[in-house]
Design a binder for this molecule. Structure first.
Ligand SMILES: [Zn+2]
Length: 292
């Protein structure tokens, strides 16, 4: 098989990793975590989410974190709606990840509006900010399976949503296995189906959660389908607060090690990553002690 020479790993610890964590970092600790990740060679970090502090209180310092990291590139922030986008834009982040869900129930519970309403907001954002430098990324949650047994998600459903994103102005796509039920076959088929619809020029990122320890198999399937960008979190932290029993993200250290063992470059220093992970877990632990 022909593997790519280089793969990009986007670390999402400061957002996905911390949003559901036991323990909490201060804004200063989050800022340092992001700086350390960039210094370890991570090219892009999802630094925060501009969501309502009412729903995700651990992200209430989004402005403080993003403003402190203004001079860095490439910073990414997650936004669930137009209001979040406006807040993100004001802080000078380089890219925003807009999120919708392939599961109608998850879409309602997580985004609190219909898919059609989400896309109306996304189109408005894309039109109003067509000349801005901010990269618009379109993320699709639950792209490889629904958390609810009454729903089934097909590669065609995901390809339809991907197509709507690209038609509306997204320049990158991120497919998320929010539930952690993707298998190598489903991952491969879904990516190919999306590529067929949107064309091969649109970069696709894969965001995997690991329920059945299929992480490496899923990465290999994605590489075979031509994906070269992955989103991961330190220590496998993370998970959607609106998915029952949500599994953690793929572990950044593990993924970087696998890729290096496969002879694929990431530009990331494995030793530095493990130091950052140790400090992060210590800080989270200490904050638990504070709360007691
Ligand atoms: Zn996630």
């Amino acid at each position: 098989m022909n593997w790519p020479q280089t793969v990009k790993v986007i670390d999402v610890t400061p957002r996905d990793g911390l949003q559901d964590a036991a323990g909490e970092l201060t804004a200063e600790q989050k800022i340092q975590l992001c700086r350390d990740l960039y210094a370890a060679g991570v090219q892009s970090v999802e630094i925060t989410a501009f969501v309502s502090p009412k729903w995700v209180p651990l992200m209430r310092d989004a402005e403080t974190v993003a403003l402190a990291l203004r001079e860095l590139s490439d910073t990414i922030a997650l936004v669930p709606n137009q209001k979040g986008f406006e807040r993100a834009l004001a802080t000078g982040v380089n890219a925003v990840t807009f999120v919708v869900s392939a599961s109608p129930i998850h879409q309602r519970e997580n985004l609190r509006m219909s898919l059609a309403d989400s896309f109306e907001q996304f189109r408005r954002i894309a039109q109003m900010h067509a000349s801005s430098q901010v990269r618009l990324r379109g993320a699709i949650s639950c792209a490889f399976g629904s958390p609810f047994s009454t729903e089934s998600i097909t590669p065609e459903t995901v390809a339809d949503i991907a197509c709507e994103y690209v038609d509306s102005g997204a320049v990158e796509l991120s497919l998320a296995d929010t539930v952690g039920v993707g298998t190598p076959q489903v991952i491969y088929d879904t990516i190919l189906s999306v590529k067929q619809r949107v064309g091969h020029h649109v970069p696709i990122t894969l965001h995997l959660h690991d329920r059945y320890e299929l992480g490496l198999g899923n990465i290999v399937a994605a590489l075979a389908a031509g994906v070269t960008v992955f989103e991961t979190a330190l220590a496998g932290l993370g998970g959607c607060p609106f998915v029952p029993d949500a599994p953690g993200n793929l572990d950044t250290e593990k993924v970087v090690r696998w890729l290096h063992l496969m002879g694929i470059h990431t530009g990331i220093d494995e030793h530095a990553l493990s130091q950052i992970r140790k400090r992060l877990l210590k800080d989270l632990d200490a904050s638990n002690g504070r709360a007691d």
